[in-house]
Design a protein around this ligand. Structure first.
Ligand SMILES: CC(C)(COP(=O)(O)OP(=O)(O)OC[C@H]1O[C@@H](n2cnc3c(N)ncnc32)[C@H](O)[C@@H]1OP(=O)(O)O)[C@@H](O)C(=O)NCCC(=O)NCCS
Length: 374
């Protein structure tokens, strides 16, 4: 019998040149440290690096940003679909539906797959915000802005005005941090779908579905719900201690790959603090820190990227239901890089399983089967 490992923990499922996640202080995209990228690059530079394989020159970047800007608007047929989606739908389901529909009206041209990738990167902010404003106000809002980058474009569509420089910068950093993370569940899903020689939109729809769950991307929304339960740091300390006693999962903590710290946390935590200071109210940030302290003292568990992303987004006035969709706006770049890498050296991904069910059962005709007592 083969060695069994729950959830494939620690099992290598293939090779990649796209990122390496190792140790508390090391996450690299195509060899570049996330710390350097967050400090010096913008999200579009990182998107280009992931999707096209190298850092762009200034003229490459200018052309890339211009191209993305030109792809932001949504076709009327997609706006019509967005208007029909019920108001109580989760925004992740909206993005999944919109991605699928875009794949119907603008199917992937496999000879120019990166064009379809760029289209998705450019269109996600409008997909989300057009639906959001329509269901909130019944109004049909704009899908294009003159913003250079995705961060400013998204915040402008959401709030109807240009963001402050701090908000634009913090959103840009957050998009860089969320862009890529090796063989995480949604990326692996995208690779499995791709390996069957399916299309880009199917792989991205599957990835969105995997990301939606609270053990993966959905954790940032659950973390916000947790933080908002408490009025003070002291209340949070007691509350989380009780939750741990009840064996509850505390969302935004722990990680499958990292054992001591998530290297992205120190960057996003700093952003969250700066945003809290800027708005002159540190209470929510201090509640978050109180939760972090309990988790470390009681369980030696550390915050992952999702935990302080939650308060950072909250401080930027972003509704909680949009937190995981922002992850999609960013991670589309990593998914795309993996989809293209998978296609470059494809092999069907189809693991084996150890059968543990009954053997040699006698087939009974339906009229002879007994009703099982429940
Ligand atoms: C990320 C995660 C799914 C990794 O899971 P994993 O590698 O399978 O680790 P396990 O679930 O086996 O956790 C090991 C132990 O730590 C505990 N643990 C892990 N994360 C925990 C958390 N966030 N809150 C409370 N306990 C946690 C588990 O209950 C388990 O305890 P046990 O050994 O007493 O049963 C897990 O840490 C988790 O559920 N975190 C919360 C969701 C989250 O933040 N997801 C985003 C990930 S980036």
């Amino acid at each position: 019998m083969s060695k069994k490992v729950g959830g494939l923990a620690g099992i290598s499922a293939g090779e990649t040149k796209i990122s390496s996640a190792g140790g508390a202080h090391n996450l690299r995209y195509r060899g570049y440290s996330i710390y350097d990228l967050c400090e010096h690059a913008c999200f579009e530079e990182v998107a280009y690096l992931l999707v096209y394989g190298t850092l762009p020159t200034q003229s490459d970047l200018n052309a890339y940003q211009k191209k993305l800007k030109s792809l932001r608007d949504l076709p009327q047929a997609l706006k019509d679909v967005l208007e029909k989606i019920p108001a109580d739908t989760h925004p992740m389901d909206v993005l999944r539906t919109a991605t699928s529909f875009l794949g119907n009206i603008e199917p992937e041209n496999t000879d120019a797959a990166t064009h379809s990738v760029d289209r998705l990167i450019a269109a996600f902010p409008a997909m989300l915000c057009y639906w959001w404003h329509f269901k909130e106000t019944g109004k049909r809002t704009q899908c294009v802005t003159d913003a250079e980058g995705t961060a400013e474009h998204f915040l402008t569509l959401l709030h109807g005005q240009k963001p402050s420089d701090t908000h634009r910068k913090m959103m840009d950093i957050s998009l860089i941090l969320y862009a890529e993370h090796e063989f995480n569940a949604s990326t692996f899903t995208a690779r499995v779908i791709t390996a069957t020689m399916s299309d880009l939109h199917s792989a991205v729809c599957g990835a969105i579905g995997a990301l939606r769950g609270p053990l993966h991307g959905g954790a940032n929304e659950m973390a916000m719900e947790l933080i908002e339960k408490f009025k003070t740091p002291a209340e949070a300390t007691v509350g989380v201690q009780e939750m741990l006693q009840n064996k509850d999962l505390i969302m935004g903590f722990g990680h499958r790959v990292y054992t001591e710290a998530d290297p992205r946390n120190r960057v996003i935590k700093k952003c969250s603090k700066q945003l809290a200071e800027e708005q002159g109210n540190l209470n929510l940030y201090e509640i978050s820190e109180a939760i972090e302290n309990v988790m470390w003292n009681e369980k030696k568990l550390f915050p992952n990227l999702d935990f302080y992303s939650a308060s950072a987004y909250h401080f930027m006035g972003i509704p909680t239901g949009m937190f995981t969709p922002i992850f999609v706006m960013s991670r589309i770049t990593g998914w795309a890089a993996h989809i293209l890498e998978q296609r470059g050296n494809n092999k069907l991904i189809r693991p084996a399983a150890d059968y543990t069910g009954p053997e040699d059962l006698e087939y009974l005709p339906i009229e002879k089967r007994q009703v099982q007592a429940s």
